[in-house]
Design a protein around this ligand. Structure first.
Ligand code: HEC
Ligand code: HEC
Length: 211
């Protein structure tokens, strides 16, 4: 009896390891787009409060910390996928894992709808760079689709500048690799660190004031 129990526990822990290492690679389908579109902002507002997102992202979803992105006014589809990726450790971040692991997909859809409905800070802009035509060809669209490979790019304008720079450098080094078809990894690989800095300044919101 004791043996049987141990075996069951062992097998269960193997199954967990298999899930944890493989993760669940995200895939966009029409059903999933519909699911996210059905997210309810009022419900999401309550959930965001219950799960204390404001501790880091503030009440209005606009960050005042250089390491924390603003999530206000971002596409719900993008937010939904990131929450999934954090939960499945495909995008690795300890703080966000702790928050996302408790959320069901339905709660993620509501929370994403809530933050999408909030107002986003505007970008400061400046001297545009030629390469931005390439960036905008994906980032200004709701859906990026090529050879039936579908994904969603986030709105860049108005994001925290330092966060933009850090996350792009992470794509470049493959420390962030949750882009479905490695499009962002290959784009950032072609940029110099200085170009990444200048792009971040262009797309980002005004520098934040630190306390
Ligand atoms: C303890 C601080 C903390 C808490 C609490 C927290 N976050 Fe985050 N969040 C972060 C950090 C830090 C990042 C950036 C992670 C990285 O650099 O990869 C982030 C990133 C995100 C992103 C990705 C944004 C992007 O532009 O890619 C989303 C979406 C998000 N958080 C939503 C939430 C939601 C919803 C909650 C509440 C359920 C929450 N966060 C709670 C710290 C936090
Ligand atoms: C072929 C399409 C494509 C092109 C071109 C592209 N991106 Fe992206 N980018 C994406 C996708 C898709 C994501 C989201 C990946 C994910 O699911 O996490 C992304 C994510 C990002 C992020 C992360 C934002 C956040 O909130 O975490 C930044 C920053 C970024 N891109 C900057 C740029 C810049 C700057 C350029 C131009 C030099 C560029 N991208 C060109 C598709 C593209």
């Amino acid at each position: 009896m004791r043996y049987a129990l141990t075996l069951a526990v062992l097998l269960a822990s193997f199954a967990q390891i298999a899930v944890a290492t493989e993760g669940e690679r995200f895939e966009w389908t029409k059903e999933k787009f519909d699911f996210v579109a059905a997210g309810n902002p009022a419900e999401g507002k309550k959930l965001a409060r219950r799960f204390r997102c404001k501790k880091c992202h503030n009440d209005d979803g606009v960050s005042d910390d250089e390491e924390i992105p603003s999530i206000a006014g971002q596409r719900a589809t993008y937010l939904f996928k990131q929450l999934n990726d954090f939960k499945n450790k495909i995008r690795v971040n300890k703080d966000m894992y702790k928050s996302a692991r408790k959320l069901s997909e339905e709660q993620m859809a509501h929370i994403s709808a809530w933050y999408e409905s909030l107002e986003r800070p505007s970008a400061v802009g400046g001297q545009p760079m030629l390469v931005m035509k390439v960036c905008d060809s994906c980032h200004e669209k709701d859906v990026v689709e090529e050879d039936n490979k579908i994904e969603v790019a986030p709105i860049l304008a108005g994001q925290i500048r330092q966060y933009l720079e850090t996350t792009m450098l992470q794509f470049k080094e493959a420390d962030r690799s949750n882009d479905l078809f490695e499009r962002m990894q290959s784009v950032s690989h072609k940029l110099t660190d200085d170009e990444i800095r200048r792009l971040s300044r262009f797309y980002g919101a005004a520098d934040i004031e630190y306390e």
